[in-house]
Unconditional design. Structure first.
Lengths: 105, 499
């Protein structure tokens, strides 16, 4: 039941790789799909070892840092000059970020 | 065969903070200067770290309390991933499985005349950040879309109702009730033109067939409704469209996925945006950059102590405390908290709620409308109006005279004199002789003088010309403008009849 590494992985379907890639807007070659299916399968397999533990009495952890309530006051801080804000844009008219026409409806 | 519309709302409310939810950039509405209210945090630049705005949290909790929600003692932040040009990080920070509040309800007035109401349940209210704004090329020539990120990161509360609404009118009323509630609380300005209050409506129909079986039509989400009227029109249209579609195709919720439509206000129709073939896969996961938030009972008590009376509660109280009709109470409440407070102060000062309501809903609102003024700038303060009304209720002034004084006070104000005062009421009353003369002596004296000066009228009357008495009354009234004409008439008649 328990896998001991990449050589004995549970299958990670290629369709799932393609779906995840599409959600992340990644275009993969067929070779990459195979490669990631194997690698992701191995990773999930490794994580699945946690299933061996009895966690029925453990509160789910929602954050890795044991810290709560980090808040700031509602006080204005100077924003970036527009010139700097749009500096990294692939395309700009100096005022807006320009993107290929978004088709509405 | 008949149908029942089933409607739920998702309402987005912009909180009234100075700065964005996770950074110190301004939240001011500033469409003329795009991209001047951004920083590495709201632009999603690498390495930038968000920090929660404490005021946004406080206002959100206040909102949830007003919605009678449970407040979670522990709440966290999640990333909702999707790609759109107005979302710079590629994800929106929102709340998924542990929203800060849930299980509330709002009392919806379903009959304005009787004040009859029904609870509309709230599933949850959570905090999230707004996206930026896309400005599209309207020429249709397919030019680039422009993205303004000033709004990106503005704090929003999303309020999700159960599908408890049953008509387009109710959907509109629900939105109006939330508008009243949130502006009373001062958690949001709810400025719909600026997008501070907008909603999505989920609509479908439950159809009872002739054999008694009930089927549901596919659910449609109408996106981004930004006015009360559009909300009502869009839902109205959608109900008719679904009814027609069902009669034509017989398609039920089992045959078609949920779809998204937009409302075109120019044509008054909803148009398809997308069919959700597969449930949108947002791949929510906890945001590692933001730590969870906990609240204590003491903090909640402190926030609760800042709450003002909810408009629904105030509406009922005005009816019981000031004997107002449900309708009058609603007219006052719907004008906003400042007018409601103005009314109440006036009612207390004059001691007659019904009279105060008449003056506020008729005279004050009329003048405000004529002058395009808000109650905050209305020149007559409640002390002055209350004092004026009190003179009517104490029978020192007739209603007609009081209206004259009211108009004069406002005219005087237009002439750049300082805000009308109570002393001015006395001046106007004295100058115009409007005071109701209760002093019988003064009336006797005036009548005697008029009779002495008008021997002809007296003779005519005694010769049987009843009408002659009118001239005498007129002359007395001219001297004593506030006198009760009926009383004057009786006294003259008594006197002439040898009394």
């Amino acid at each position: 039941m328990v896998s001991d590494g990449a050589n004995n992985t549970m299958a990670f379907p290629r369709e799932t790789v393609l779906k995840v890639a599409s959600l992340a807007r990644l275009q993969l070659t067929p070779e990459e799909v195979d490669l990631f299916a194997t690698q992701l399968g191995a990773t999930l397999d490794y994580v699945a070892r946690l299933d061996e533990l009895d966690v029925s009495n453990v509160e789910p952890m929602v954050h890795a840092i044991e810290l709560t309530n980090v808040l700031r006051d509602d006080v204005l801080v100077p924003s970036l000059p527009r010139h700097d804000a749009v500096a990294n844009a692939p395309k700009t008219d100096g005022k807006y970020f320009l993107v290929p026409a978004i088709l509405e409806s | 065969m008949h149908y029942q519309p089933i409607i739920g709302l998702e309402v987005h409310v912009q909180l009234q903070t100075q700065t964005k939810i996770f950074c110190g950039c301004s939240t001011a509405f500033n469409p003329d200067q795009p991209n001047v209210q951004t920083c590495p945090v709201c632009l999603g630049l690498p390495g930038a770290l968000p920090v929660l705005n404490g005021t946004a949290l406080r206002l959100a909790i206040k909102t949830a309390m007003a919605l009678n929600c449970q407040i979670a003692k522990f709440t966290k932040w999640d990333r909702k991933q999707y790609f759109y040009p107005d979302l710079p990080k590629g994800y929106q920070i929102s709340q998924y499985d542990l929203p800060f509040s849930f299980d509330g309800q709002v009392e919806l007035i379903t009959n304005a005349e009787t004040g009859e109401s029904r609870p509309i349940r709230i599933i949850r209210a959570h905090l999230e950040e707004d996206a930026g704004k896309n400005v599209h090329d309207e020429t249709g020539r397919g030019r680039d879309s422009m993205v303004d990120l000033n709004r990106a990161g503005t704090p929003l509360v999303e309020i999700v109702s159960h599908p408890d609404l049953r008509s387009a009118a109710e959907a509109r009323q629900m939105l109006e009730e939330l508008h009243a509630l949130l502006t009373y609380l001062e958690v949001s300005d709810c400025n719909m033109q600026e997008g501070s209050l907008r909603c999505d409506a989920n609509v479908n129909l439950h159809i009872t067939k002739d054999d008694g079986t009930v089927v549901a039509t596919p659910i449609v989400e109408i996106k981004n409704l930004n006015s009360f009227r559009f909300t009502e029109q869009a839902v109205e249209y959608e109900i008719a469209r679904q009814w027609k579609a069902f009669q034509e195709t017989g398609k039920t919720i089992k045959d078609a996925p949920k779809s998204t439509r937009g409302f075109d206000p120019d044509r008054g129709v909803t148009t398809i945006m997308r069919e959700k073939e597969e449930a949108a896969d947002y791949r929510y996961f906890p945001d590692p950059d933001l730590v969870p938030v906990t609240v204590t009972d003491e903090q909640l008590a402190a926030i609760r102590s800042e709450m003002c009376e909810a408009p629904a509660v105030m509406r009922k109280r005005f009816q019981s405390e000031y004997q107002l009709s449900a309708y009058d109470a609603s007219v006052i409440i719907d004008q906003g908290r400042l007018l409601a407070e103005y009314f109440e102060a006036t009612a207390k000062l004059c001691g007659d709620g019904k009279q105060a309501a008449n003056w506020v809903t008729q005279d004050v609102l009329r003048v405000m409308k004529e002058r395009k003024e808000t109650i905050a700038n209305f020149p007559l303060r409640p002390e002055v109006l209350g004092s004026l009304i009190a003179r009517v209720t104490q029978k020192q002034l007739t209603i007609k005279s009081a209206r004259e004084v009211f108009a004069d006070l406002l005219t005087a104000e237009e002439d750049q004199t300082p805000a009308p005062s109570m002393a001015q009421i006395d001046e106007i009353v004295a100058a115009k002789g409007l005071a109701i003369v209760q002093d019988d002596g003064a009336m006797e004296t005036a009548i005697a003088a008029v009779i002495d000066k008008n021997p002809k009228a007296v003779a005519d009357f005694q010769a049987g010309k009843q009408a002659a008495v009118g001239a005498l009354i007129g002359q007395v009234m001219k001297q004593l403008k506030g006198a009760d004409a009926q009383a004057v008439r009786e006294k003259i008649l008594t006197k002439l009849s040898g009394g």
